[in-house]
Design a protein around this ligand. Sequence first.
Ligand code: ADP
Length: 547
Amino acid sequence: MPLYGLMQDRPLLISSLIEHAARFHPDVDIVSRLPEGGTHRTNWAGIRRDACRVAHALKQLGVGQGDRVGTLAWNSHRHLSMYFGVSGAGSVLHTVNPRLFPEQIEYIVNHAEDRVLFFDVTFAPLVEKLAPKLKTVHGYVAMTSREHMPRIDVPNLLCWDELLDAQPADFTWPEFDERLASSLCYTSGTTGNPKGVLYSHRSTVLHSLMELAPDTFGLNSAETVMLIVPMFHANAWGTPYAAAMVGTRLVLPGPHLDGRSVYELMAQEKVTFSQGVPTVWLMLFQYLDAHPELDPKALGLKRVGIGGAAVSRAMLERFERQFGAEVVQGWGMTETSPIGVVSKLLPRHEGLDDEALAQVKLKQGRGVWGVDLKLVDDAGEVQPWDGTSRGHLRVRGPWIASGYFKGEGGSPIDQEGFFSTGDVATIDADGYLQLVDRAKDVIKSGGEWISSIDVENAAMGHPAVAEAAIIGVAHPKWQERPLLIVVPRAGHVVDRASILDFLAARIARWWLPDDVVFVNELPHTATGKLLKTKLREQFKDHVLPTA
Ligand code: ADP
């Protein structure tokens, strides 16, 4: 007979997070900028009250346990209360990325079989267009007040304020198996149909704990966090849940993500920590370039969490020098909840010079408890952690996906239970993972791999470069050679030769792009990554001068 421990077997449920926040941090602010305009202020007690009302409203709308509830919404107190109200009631919060193509949204909502769709007024025209094609949605809730109700023709249109005002302000959360589904988020699917990642209460709560660790993002009650990463992107990196766990003060920017709005909101709300993908920070930098009179150090921003794409040296240094802020890089995926590895220094790095420190900080990071890492070559052979051997990255852990919703795409899991990420990486002896590329973006020149991340990061260090992308273009001798596509920084003049000279001093000779072209902007995916498929299509006939 196994000897069981005598500890209470309480399920790990999302409802416990909002209960904790409302009990121990009731009057901590939740500040939102609304799509309708203006700033809204509530607190954790207010979020709990609305979450309870959402749970009652779902009952009224006939939404049951396990039923999916869709959202097309920005970061706001309303979306936040749905995070807790929908999942807490035992239904599944399906955050739909509104930046996807309408056909993809239609596919996703139908695939998820959403019962009700909640939306911000911004998306009213989109919702009206899609509604006739959404087979399972039987009701629509505009997340706004009566006066801002959109005049659109969709079945059973309700007003958020009216719906919630009619509900009791308290709700007894049901207790159930912690392994039940809590939320659903589709990967952007740059190739093929998007696939649904179905989180559980257990995975969400365990992941939140890790987000609080000082060696990761270290969320705590003294912090004011501005959540720039959208709540429709991998649960906003889990921060809404983690914030509730410790009563963090939250600032939610709504749709206002341009450089000026972000800067002003940071200043106004005295934000200490903010999370977002590199593209939003580039927008902030562009605003600062145009306003040299501003002093970002005065913001008092202490840390920025960056993930979703690589942090360039230029970005790291700008945050450190111009803002006086620490950069905490993370690598992850929708499928990893998303924390996989997080980049923090170790005590033994103390005293290293700036150059050596930057090399460590630019790695994606070290594994956190709960995430096992493995590198394998094309034949599936495990690769050593020596900082140079490259391999396909696989990960395993209690908040890593075991498959996709409704079994789409087959099993992504190997025999040892590791999930194939589609990324190629190295891991060094200290356990720092460095991403080489998405396997599908790797440039193969004469049988050797060129890391597009390394070349792009080096290019972005050029003072006149705002953003850079590198792709492989057909070459008669080397199969593929790199082409660099550059967006110049506003107010700077730049030419091909100066960029190539700059790169020559920083990267291996045979990695040097064979050509450089200049564009006004680069295409991005719905989650802010460079859209390489589009660039490859656009430049597929580009003739390299070396060809
Ligand atoms: P999408 O739905 O667009 O795939 P994800 O956030 O799930 O959005 O994307 C995950 C991918 O993003 C990873 O597999 C990796 O290629 C890339 N990525 C995430 N974090 C980083 C990082 N810090 N550096 C480089 N690439 C990253």
